[in-house]
Design a protein around this ligand. Structure first.
Ligand SMILES: [Zn+2]
Ligand SMILES: [Zn+2]
Length: 150
């Protein structure tokens, strides 16, 4: 926050007052976020993300406050259905299609984990999963977009 009367900036996180480009012991300098225009001090950023992230942020495209930086590095996730063909031995097929459903599930999971399948079908994110993703990550993606025939 900028105070015109005293020509100072206040860190919007910890409330410490600075002059522009003034370096304060323990607090560093004041910065302006190029994404949301909030002011923040070096100390508040490094407290949230560490000193390495701070120098990476300054070398990046935009000066970002701790919150905007968090959003910029966040990984988004969405639940998808994958169309695939599974390869298995006769022995494994006997288990997977057999009576023992617990063993069948274990065998199936092991084949998946070992990469015993090829993605070669319709892969898509269901509507409710895209909605859930949008809500969680504050995005606004259209539902039928992640839908591919591979
Ligand atoms: Zn601060
Ligand atoms: Zn920001």
């Amino acid at each position: 926050m900028y105070h015109m009367d005293s020509d100072t900036y206040v860190c919007d996180i910890c409330g410490t007052q600075f002059r522009w480009e003034e370096a304060k012991e323990d607090y560093g300098e004041i910065w302006e976020c190029e994404r949301c225009a909030k002011h923040f001090c070096t100390r508040c950023f490094t407290k949230a993300h560490g000193i390495t992230a701070f120098s990476e942020m300054l070398q990046g495209e935009m000066v970002s406050c701790p919150e905007c930086y968090r959003k910029s590095i966040e990984k988004l996730s969405v639940w998808v259905r994958l169309g695939a063909t599974l390869s298995m031995s006769k022995e494994e097929a006997d288990i997977i299609f057999g009576e023992d459903r617990v063993l069948a599930k274990k065998c199936f999971a092991r084949l998946l984990n070992e990469g015993g399948f090829i993605l070669n079908g319709n892969c898509y994110a269901p509507e409710e999963c895209v909605a859930e993703m949008n809500q969680k990550h504050e995005t606004n993606y259209d539902f039928p977009r992640l839908d591919f025939d591979i």
